[in-house]
Design a protein. Structure first.
Length: 317
């Protein structure tokens, strides 16, 4: 059966995710995982959380899904070695060079190629497999037929985001925030944080969600108040098909949300998956879609609040 993977932004959230039925949890190494520091975890917190996961027979996965500079690769490998020595064997990466370096240093580690890799076809998946990836995350716009083709032909595990937010470009490819906040700082370990670039240890300020003016070739206004598409999506309808297809991991995003909301989301997907697997013939989606509506309402309210804060921060930086 497909693994249910959810996010852990704090040790408390890790416990909530695992206690509510996730098979695995992913956490971000501080400064290395495309989120604000408050939703990442220090080394000791990660090690303690991994121990809790193992006590339940479950998996903790560490995200290093930023793009390191050449001089940061030794820092990355040193931190990965600390986790590896403590028994952690599962990592999420975006940078293909970092994947190759990690798989060479620690043969047998499980490497998940992040959604930020923008894997859209079988050839992409094979490329990341050659670099050391054991599983890839499908790009958010990938349809079921392409997923099926990838699952059959790529020879690598398939992970699908079912509860997340798209980007008006492609996840991990936008650089708009770097125009808002062109600052950087080096932390005590030597890692450089580019504050306007989530790909380099900073933040996405969601400036795409402010209102924009559209102008013509000569600068004349053509439209005002344009908001670029950056929408949430919930693939509840597709979960039976994903399970039947043999998808390896069903993934839920949400490190920035409250612990109770994340717990509710995980419990919902756990119960939905179990109900379908138990009785596929008589399974009906309608009751689950009704229940999902309440979760979407709560999730949207929290996301709006976070987005407003990020935009305000970007304008006053």
């Amino acid at each position: 059966m497909a693994e249910l993977l959810a996010s852990g932004g704090t040790p408390e959230m890790v416990r909530a995710v695992l206690d509510n039925g996730a098979d695995a949890v992913y956490v971000g190494a501080k400064g290395w995982s495309r989120r604000r520091a408050q939703y990442e975890m220090g080394d000791d917190q990660i090690l303690e959380s991994a121990q809790y996961a193992r006590s339940l027979g479950k998996v903790l996965r560490v995200a290093f899904n930023t793009l390191p500079a050449s001089h940061e690769i030794p820092l990355f490998l040193a931190k990965a070695e600390k986790f590896y020595s403590a028994g952690i064997r599962d990592f999420i990466l975006t940078d293909v060079g970092a994947m190759a370096a990690l798989s060479h240093r620690f043969p047998g580690v499980q490497i998940h190629a992040s959604v930020g890799c923008t894997i859209i076809n079988v050839q992409d998946a094979r490329f990341y497999k050659e670099a050391g990836a054991t599983q890839i995350v499908a790009e958010c716009r990938m349809g079921l037929e392409e997923m099926r083709r990838l699952k059959e032909q790529a020879g690598v595990g398939l992970e699908v985001l079912v509860h997340a937010t798209t980007c008006y470009t492609l996840l991990g490819r936008c650089t708009m925030s770097s125009y808002t906040r062109q600052e950087w700082r080096i932390d005590d370990e030597g890692k450089n944080h580019f504050l306007g670039s989530p790909n380099r240890g900073g933040l996405c300020y969601r400036v795409c969600l402010t209102e924009w003016d559209q102008v013509g070739k000569e600068g004349e206004p053509e439209a005002r108040g344009v908001i670029l598409p950056n929408t949430a999506y919930f693939l509840v309808d597709d979960i039976p098909s994903l399970i039947d297809m043999g998808v390896d991991t069903i993934k839920i995003q949400g490190r920035e949300y409250s612990v109770p909301l994340v717990g509710d989301m995980v419990r919902f997907y756990r119960e939905l998956i179990d109900a379908y697997v138990k009785d596929r013939r008589s399974f009906r989606l309608e009751p689950w879609k009704e229940r999902m509506a309440g979760i979407i309402c709560a999730r949207d309210a929290e996301r709006r609040e976070k987005t407003a804060g990020l935009i305000s921060e970007s304008l006053t930086a």
